[in-house]
Design a protein around this ligand. Structure first.
Ligand code: AMP
Ligand code: MG
Length: 416
């Protein structure tokens, strides 16, 4: 049987980046940047005040107060500049400009004093009055101001292709003048649940039936990874029904099927996929839960669809999605880097591993100081979805029989 690593290699080799597209900034959150972005301007675009107060010349403060000369520094206010306005009066000796946060500094100013450190008075003959600063004030040249282009120079590349667009990057793109941005394609994922026993979540199952939990789970999972989704509902275990829905799904970039890939008499998915020209790349992986996983690709001139036949058991279908489908989605969405390596954590509690396959056991990861600690949750196997509500990671145990002691270091993988 194929190892996880070999199966992952096949998935990675088969998934190709989707064509890039241009989207408005408002739709770019979570997308992957597909171009280097240079700024069309300096940031800040002018020398600017960082506080509300007075723009001054530091030379006017060089007169040291002494015991005989405790006089505060007093300057005539020559202009008021609010953010969005432009100063018109260069500062000369004995003058200050009242200035608000973000406003451009007048030529000649080399420091800004906070309004809280000043006292203003009206004075006849001086239209904007005079301002006094206590002699104890520690004035340093360049204080409370930011020079033009300190943050970004015009023409400087501020974001590189491959960056994930989070809120900060969206803000930065706006700052440097982008209304549209080129991003990697967004995968479209179709989800089809198969099984005669399945009914929709809104219905009360009759004898022998269960609700379709995989459908909603996989749709939500795909959206969480940034994909757009197509809900193909439920197909009966019937060649014709599956064929019809799968044909619809083959217009997507990724088709996720759940159920029907094991060895039961009604496990018809592999043969239907084959009859529709989906080329099988592997079937079955050395993994628990998740062994029945089927993977193939369907290509026409206009479409290319990666098809995953996921196990029907919910935990198996989620584990396979987390390991294999996520690797495919990352590639399709333009991420060239390999998936992050497993995290090493200290096992909390004993664990007895027995089995011929690597096991992904739902677990709870927490941090105590700098130490990552992982505690497997009580779990009744691949049909026990409830246990996942308590878990936030997969604890990974190797094949074979071995007793793990509390305090041992084991690999684990945070859930998507
Ligand atoms: P299968 O792989 O079709 O043999 O299904 C394996 C197990 O998973 C069976 O117990 C199914 O009832 C269950 N199962 C299959 N599909 C779903 C689904 N969409 N939601 C919840 N359980 C499912
Ligand atoms: Mg089934």
């Amino acid at each position: 049987m194929l190892s996880i690593e070999d199966a992952l290699t096949l998935v990675r080799e088969t998934a190709r980046p989707l064509p890039v597209e241009s989207v408005p900034l408002g739709d770019a959150l979570g997308r992957t940047l597909a171009e280097d972005v240079a700024s069309d301007c300096d940031v800040p675009p002018h020398d600017k005040a960082l506080v509300d107060g007075y723009a001054v010349r530091s030379v006017d403060f060089q007169r040291r107060p002494t015991r005989d000369d405790p006089m505060p520094v007093e300057l005539a206010v020559v202009e008021e500049v609010t953010a969005g306005a432009v100063p018109t009066v260069p500062l000369t000796a004995g003058h200050a400009t009242r200035i608000m946060t973000g406003a451009p500094l007048p030529p000649g100013a080399d420091a800004v004093i906070m309004v809280e450190d000043s006292t203003w008075q009206n004075e006849s003959g001086v239209p904007l009055g005079v301002v006094q600063f206590q002699s104890a004030l520690k004035l340093k040249p360049e204080m409370n101001l930011m020079r033009r282009a300190t943050s970004i120079r015009q023409g400087q590349v501020v974001l590189h292709a491959g960056s994930e667009l989070r809120p900060a990057e969206i803000g930065l793109l706006a700052e440097v003048g982008r209304r549209d941005v080129r991003v990697a394609g967004r995968p479209r994922v179709a989800v089809l649940a198969t099984g005669n026993e399945l009914v929709d979540a809104g219905l009360t199952p009759a004898a022998g039936q269960i609700r379709n939990s995989n459908g909603p789970m996989l749709l939500a999972w795909a959206r969480r990874l940034g994909a757009s989704t197509i809900d193909l509902g439920i197909a009966r275990d019937d060649r014709e029904a599956i064929t019809r829905r799968v044909s619809e799904g083959l217009t997507a970039d990724v088709l996720l099927l759940s159920g029907g890939v094991s060895a039961g008499v009604l496990d018809l998915v592999p043969e239907v996929l084959q009859s529709l020209g989906v080329r099988e790349l592997f079937h079955k992986v050395d993994l628990r839960p998740g062994r029945p996983l089927w993977f193939g690709v369907h290509e026409t001139e206009a479409t290319r669809t990666l098809v995953f036949g996921l196990p029907g058991n919910p935990v198996g279908s989620l584990v396979c999605s987390e390991i294999f489908v996520s690797a495919a989605l990352r590639r399709l969405a333009g991420h060239s880097a390999a998936e992050p390596p497993p995290l090493m954590a200290t096992l909390d509690g004993e664990y007895h591993q027995r089995g011929d396959r690597p096991t992904y056991h739902p677990a709870r990861l927490r941090h105590e100081g700098a130490t990552a600690i992982v505690e497997p949750v009580v779990w009744h196997g691949s049909g026990d979805l409830r246990a996942l509500a308590e878990a936030n990671c997969w604890a990974i145990f190797p094949p074979g029989e071995r007793h793990f002691q509390s305090g041992e270091t084991i690999p684990c993988r945070p859930m998507e």
